[in-house]
Design a protein around this ligand. Sequence first.
Ligand SMILES: [Zn+2]
Ligand SMILES: [Zn+2]
Length: 259
Amino acid sequence: MDQPQQEPPSESSPLVTDNRTAIRNSALQAVLQLSDHSRVYLAIKFLISLGKITACLLILFLTSTDVEKPLDTFIYIMLSIECVYALVTVVNFSIPPAEQHFRLKRTISLFEYLALLTYITGHILGNIWFYSCDSCFDDARELTILSLVLIVLGYIYMCMPCLLCCCICLCLPVLIIALMYANPGQHPATEEQISKLKVASFNSTEHINKECVICFAAFEENDEIMILNCDVRHSFHSVCLKKWLRINNTCPICRKPLE
Ligand SMILES: [Zn+2]
Ligand SMILES: [Zn+2]
């Protein structure tokens, strides 16, 4: 089969780099936009803070706080931090961060930073007091249970960035496929077009492209890959490319339509 006459874009050409970046960025933006200070997210955050504040106030003022270790101090620390977070959430809800004045943004950041430092210190102290108190459950059951709940929540918050990273990494290929479906004005390739594509077994010495930009995974020896006619370096996992082409009949890198 004749190769196309046009000069293929080089691997480092702006076109190739832009397309790769665009594919990755569009998926990441979709994830970030979901969590980026949306009003629903802020409302949920405020309700959680309100729940914690209510629980702390009820326990502190309606039950016994007479215990061997100062667990009530731990609750007071958590209560004050939660009040700061609730206040910041209300401000962000009423004035979206994009419209905030520089000075307000800086003040919010300072409060959040101080709250985080206090939270970490309070959490460490809470752990020490909780685990070193032998008679707390007997002396002030409600106070001790609330302390335990706040300590467990603290561990969950600390693990949250790791969990979020894992979720994003695992969901990225799914998101890309979803974005391809969501992109209007595109046409799928026919099965006949797909069947005519060059299929090869990946060989690291023979093939220049070492990574599938659809799933972002590096090719492994003998992986079944498909190479598009637009450029010998535009190769992808067969499975990934077929999924792409059944939605969009263009090359994922240079956007050249399939012949
Ligand atoms: Zn792939
Ligand atoms: Zn291409």
